[in-house]
Design a protein around this ligand. Structure first.
Ligand SMILES: *[C@@H]1O[C@H](CO)[C@@H](O)[C@H](O)[C@H]1NC(C)=O
Ligand SMILES: *[C@@H]1O[C@H](CO)[C@@H](O)[C@H](O)[C@H]1NC(C)=O
Ligand SMILES: *[C@@H]1O[C@H](CO)[C@@H](O)[C@H](O)[C@H]1NC(C)=O
Length: 478
């Protein structure tokens, strides 16, 4: 069941409306990236424009995106790629009481903007989905969004297009350049997993189609993940829940101390004609963001219209909350425990891929939520990464370098394995906790796999004064 193993509805509500904080990847010039100059660390927190941040979160597919996935020296061999995505643009999960819902059409129409060259064939290919092998939970879900008035939480055409684009970008990086899966690949080389929501399933299928157009349904088995933390059989962790509760109390204290925010909610509630508490519970930022992402004017009542200024104030408070959260570190402790099972599984899969064993798929796709990605980013030490926008992608690459002449003997096969971590196309490998301090050799632009492995197996628990997941999860509170 989702409830026991994932985040409480309270935090879901709180986390849902935290927004990006760090400067976006676009600010780095491609030239810098090619030479692999260390990322510039901002000493002062950048002053952020809440509305600009809201647009970044929308991820409107109106420009060509670049990504650094698949870049490496020519003689490196790509062994395995694991992609964790957030679902694409969706309809709000909550409605603002007593106002008209945003008019968004969730039917897929290839000639309507935003479109994609693959959209028409994608729609057709999904109609043959019955030929695939399905986990029963997922086979009951629609494989395409289909309501002319979107349902709550439904993926939109924008969301599908975002992932077709992601898929195509990864196809160029991994299939064309590196032949990660060769023609005639089978289910042994591909792993796909999704939570039990139609928006994640559909996002995963769109990404897969962009990556492998006209894939053979007979080779696709989509697995169901019951936990939004992707913790599988390792979800039981009492300490994780305690850290989460402490974090929620911190978040609550900060919020109630914000008088401007309070006034804003009161104004909005008066305009709409409900109690402030009821308005807050309807999480209006979620709905207003949808208006913004789809270029719709904000809802009005007889008392007036909700305004971008009100959205900006709520977003401003969320940005401050992110800052405070980083400083206090409670969330990071939660995140380490929340992310461990998935990271442990990623490391295990990489090892098997390197050894050519079963369960070491060349390509794995995990279709998830913001509440999956936020803890992963925090646990990896990417605290300054932006809040996952719609269709965000986090990629783990495993590479093998050629035998090194000087270490011919004495060096194990494992020392030839290296990892790269990319977030929305930006190479963040050397911002991670396990590769930050590593001195970079000009000839070695990747991070040793052993760093990642020791981090996952032991080092990540140091912050929690423990040496294992079991110990960190089950130690009694002091
Ligand atoms: C894409 O849309 C955003 C938000 O409306 C806008 O700020 C930006 O200028 C647009 N970019 C292009 C290339 O049209
Ligand atoms: C970590 O992965 C190993 C296999 O690689 C597995 O045996 C172990 O149970 C996993 N532990 C957790 C806590 O996920
Ligand atoms: C770990 O131990 C140190 C020193 O005893 C203490 O200050 C810190 O709060 C502990 N951290 C956790 C997460 O228990």
């Amino acid at each position: 069941m989702v409830s026991s193993s994932s985040i409480s509805p309270v935090l879901l509500l709180l986390v849902v409306h935290i927004i990006p904080v760090s400067p976006v990847g676009d600010e780095r010039s491609p030239g810098k990236n090619r030479k692999r100059v260390p990322p510039v660390l901002h000493t002062e927190p950048p002053v952020l424009d809440p509305i600009k941040e809201a647009y970044a979160y929308c991820n409107i597919p109106n420009r060509t995106e670049r990504g650094w996935e698949g870049h490496s020296p020519a003689d490196y061999e790509l062994l395995s790629v694991q992609v964790m995505i957030r679902h694409g643009d969706r309809y709000p999960l909550y409605a603002i009481p007593k106002t008209k819902r945003p008019a968004v059409d969730c039917m897929l129409v290839p000639y309507r903007s935003p479109s994609h060259p693959l959209l028409a064939t994608f729609i057709n290919h999904m109609s043959w989905g019955g030929r695939g092998r399905w986990d029963p939970t997922l086979s009951a879900l629609p494989r395409l969004p289909s309501h002319s008035m979107c349902e709550m939480g439904e993926l939109t055409q924008t969301g599908i297009v975002q992932h077709l684009r992601n898929g195509q970008l990864l196809r160029d990086a991994y299939m064309k350049r590196h032949r990660l899966l060769r023609p005639g690949w089978t289910a042994r080389q591909l792993y796909v997993e999704s939570t039990g929501k139609s928006r994640t399933l559909q996002s995963g299928l769109a990404l897969l189609y962009g990556l492998l157009p006209d894939f053979d349904w007979a080779e696709v088995l989509v697995q169901h993940q019951a936990s939004t933390l992707f913790c599988g059989a390792h979800c039981d962790c009492p300490a994780r829940n305690r850290y989460l509760e402490e974090e929620q109390r911190r978040q609550y204290r900060l919020r109630v101390a914000d008088t401007e925010l309070d006034r804003t909610y009161a104004d909005m509630a008066r305009m709409v004609g409900v109690a402030p508490r009821q308005l807050r519970a309807a999480n209006p930022v979620d709905s207003l963001t949808c208006h913004l992402c789809h270029g719709l004017s904000f809802p009005c009542t007889a008392q007036g219209c909700l305004s971008p200024r009100q959205l900006a104030i709520i977003k401003r408070q969320q940005l401050e909350d992110e800052e405070d959260r980083r400083r206090q570190g409670l969330y990071h402790r939660y995140a380490l425990l929340a992310a461990h099972p998935f990271l442990n599984r990623t490391a295990g899969c990489m090892l098997r891929a390197a050894e050519g064993r079963d369960g070491g798929e060349a390509l794995a796709v995990f279709s998830a939520h913001d509440v999956t990605l936020v803890p992963l980013l925090s646990a990896l030490g990417l605290a300054k990464a932006r809040f996952p926008r719609f269709a965000a992608r986090l990629v783990f690459e495993l590479w093998r370098i050629p035998p090194q002449p000087r270490q011919e003997d004495g060096s194990s096969e494992r020392q030839r394995l290296f990892v790269r971590i990319l977030y929305d196309g930006e190479d963040v490998t050397f911002q991670t906790a396990f590769c930050q301090s590593r001195e970079r050799h000009p000839g070695q632009p990747l991070c040793p796999f052993d760093n990642f492995l020791s981090f996952v197996r032991r080092d990540m628990f140091r912050t929690l004064n423990a040496t294992s997941y079991q110990e960190a999860c089950h130690r009694r509170p002091v």
